[in-house]
Design a protein around this ligand. Structure first.
Ligand code: IMP
Ligand code: MG
Length: 181
């Protein structure tokens, strides 16, 4: 028995992921020269992406994390967002770049954007590894940096979970449907 047995299809291999992350890191390095960059990772899904991405950013920067809940153990957004862990940093004066694993309905990030803008960051942008634009419920919510646009499929791995499992896969896969239907 291996966790790989639960995967129906590999969507992004380890090598493809590395290429995307390195490209994003270069772009961010260019765009944030001379700025006061604070990377804010959204726990827990973004940790793998964040850990890789920050090592491709060749700038002095700081990191912080927030934890929110919106999904529970389902594959559908509940629409409710709760702050489980707040920032340790006062973001005023920082160029905040939010690091998210996946942008789906957009409810989580819309809520965060509204909350953080009250804290007067110098600037605020969003970087997401995956974007599922077909699923957007908040139309004006757009990410500034997107690793890959994907169709409406539920994916796991590289930090992304189903019921808290599969975050430790080093690729992105689609789960066998019988496991969540
Ligand atoms: P949103 O508020 O609907 O945009 O939800 C975003 C959050 O839902 C992400 O941070 C993930 O935790 C979760 N999510 C959305 N789509 C997927 C998926 O395909 N796989 C795993 N988690 C997902
Ligand atoms: Mg999740």
């Amino acid at each position: 028995m291996s966790i790989h047995d639960d995967i129906q299809e590999v969507l992004f291999s380890k090598a493809q992921i590395e290429e995307i992350v390195s490209k994003l890191g270069k772009q961010i390095t260019e765009d944030y020269k001379g700025k006061n960059l604070l990377l804010v990772g959204i726990l827990k899904g973004s940790i793998v992406f964040m850990a890789d991405l920050m090592r491709h950013i060749d700038l002095k920067c700081k990191i912080d994390f927030m934890a929110l809940s919106s999904y529970g153990d389902s594959t559908e957004s509940s629409g409710r967002v709760r702050v489980l862990k707040d920032l340790n940093t006062d973001v005023s004066g920082y160029d905040v770049l939010l690091i998210e694993d996946i942008l789906d309905s957009g409810r989580t990030l819309a809520h965060l954007r509204d909350m953080l803008s009250l804290c007067n960051p110098k600037s605020f942008k969003i970087c997401t590894f995956f974007d599922k634009p077909e699923r957007r419920a908040v139309p004006d919510l757009k990410a500034d940096y997107v690793g890959a646009i994907i169709p409406d499929k539920f994916i796991v791995g590289y930090g992304l979970d189903y019921a808290e499992y599969y975050r430790n896969l080093n690729y992105i896969g689609v789960l066998k449907p019988e496991l969540y239907q």
